[in-house]
Every structure is written in structure tokens, then in C-alpha cells.
Write a protein that binds this ligand. Structure first.
Ligand SMILES: C[S@@+](CC[C@H](N)C(=O)[O-])C[C@H]1O[C@@H](n2cnc3c(N)ncnc32)[C@H](O)[C@@H]1O
Length: 185
């Protein structure tokens, strides 16, 4: 079999090709690209963009999700995709313990015209989650993996609130739940 011209021929080259081609069509890719510099400037170690956020946007669009929650806002990359994907009727609440991360994220939300539909909540996931009102159509959980594995409180809060969809980019002890839509859907 002959390889078409310009096709990558090694695993590394394939990974690089995918990266280049997906990034160029990622409308919020510039936000994902800002994380590395932020980590250097801020000296933090736990804020990374999840590369499959465009897929989260697709999930929000196809559900369709109206109320969304993200635990671990970071600099807003995932939140942008979730709110954008959910469309004009979607409302996202996003939590982070780091007020500097939230401030930067809010700047991105506003710049992208999504500020009105995204509510940034400051605090530890476990305690903020406990005060929120269910139901949510889609949940994206993306905080510190160590805490997510350790914290019974957070897991219990997540499970007790019967979140509709649960994603965890760090494969911890909480398994993804099948989609469960809010009342009346
Ligand atoms: C991996 S980043 C989130 C990236 C973001 N979801 C995205 O898609 O771009 C993890 C974030 O969780 C925050 N965080 C870590 N532990 C937390 C906790 N216990 N409660 C709330 N936020 C937490 C960190 O400050 C960091 O901003």
C-alpha cells in the first residue's frame, strides 16, 4: 500500500498532525494555548486545558443541555465550549477555588459574548456544590484529581444531586453516569 503524500507515517507524527488539525479549527484554541504561560506566571501546577473540550461542546449541543455545571473552571476553556455548545438557552455555573483563575476565565467569557450565560462561583467544589440547586442536564467535573479521589464529600454531593451527566478527565473512582435529563424532558 502506498502512503498518500503528506500523510504522517509514525505515531508521533500522527499525534502531531491531529493536534495541528484540531487546533486550527478550535474557536477557543487561543484560550487553551494560554494555560502554559499562565502556569509559569502564576506558579500553579493544576490548571490544564482538557483537549477534548470541543467534544464537550458537541455533547452540550446534542443533549441538548440547558443547565450545566463545571467543577474546576480553570481559565475558562471548557466553560466556553460548554456554554457555546449549549446554545443561547444554556446556562453554565462553573466553580473554582482559585479567584485568579476565575477572574481570567470571566474575562474570556465576556470577550466571547458568553458572560451573561456563565456564572463563576468561587470556592471549593465540595462546599459550593452542596449549595447548588438541582437538576443539571450536564456536569463536567475537572478539579484536582487527588481531591476528587479522596473527597467523599464531593463524591457524595455529586451523586446525591443526581447529576445528569458526569465526565471526569482524570479517571477517578466516580464512573461516568448515563445521561439523565432534567424533570419534564
Ligand atoms: C484542570 S483545571 C480545570 C480546567 C478547565 N475545566 C478547562 O476545561 O479548561 C483544574 C482547576 O480546578 C481548580 N481546583 C482544584 N481543586 C479544586 C477544588 N477542590 N475545588 C474547586 N476548584 C478546584 C484549580 O484551581 C484549577 O483551576
Amino acid at each position: 500500500m502506498t502512503t498518500p503524500l503528506n500523510e504522517p507515517t509514525t505515531a508521533d507524527a500522527v499525534a502531531q498532525w491531529i493536534e495541528q488539525n484540531t487546533r486550527s479549527s478550535d474557536r477557543f484554541g487561543y484560550v487553551a494555548a494560554s494555560y502554559e504561560q499562565h502556569r509559569l506566571d502564576h506558579g500553579c501546577f493544576d490548571v490544564y486545558p482538557y483537549p477534548n473540550c470541543p467534544l464537550l461542546g458537541t455533547l452540550a449541543a446534542s443533549s441538548p443541555a440547558r443547565r450545566l455545571l463545571e467543577v474546576g473552571c480553570g481559565l475558562g476553556y471548557g466553560g466556553l465550549w460548554l456554554a457555546y455548545g449549549a446554545g443561547p438557552e444554556g446556562i453554565l455555573e462553573t466553580i473554582d477555588r482559585d479567584d485568579r483563575h476565575l477572574e481570567i476565565a470571566q474575562g474570556h467569557f465576556k470577550a466571547e459574548g458568553l458572560g451573561e450565560r456563565i456564572r463563576a462561583l468561587h470556592g471549593l467544589g465540595a462546599s459550593v456544590v452542596a449549595d447548588l440547586e438541582e437538576p443539571y442536564d450536564l456536569i463536567y467535573f475537572d478539579t484536582d484529581p487527588a481531591e476528587s479521589r479522596r473527597s467523599r464529600t464531593l463524591r457524595a454531593a455529586v451523586e446525591a444531586r443526581r447529576f445528569a451527566h458526569f465526565c471526569e478527565s482524570f479517571s477517578g473512582p466516580v464512573r461516568p453516569q448515563p445521561a439523565r435529563f432534567g424533570k419534564g424532558r
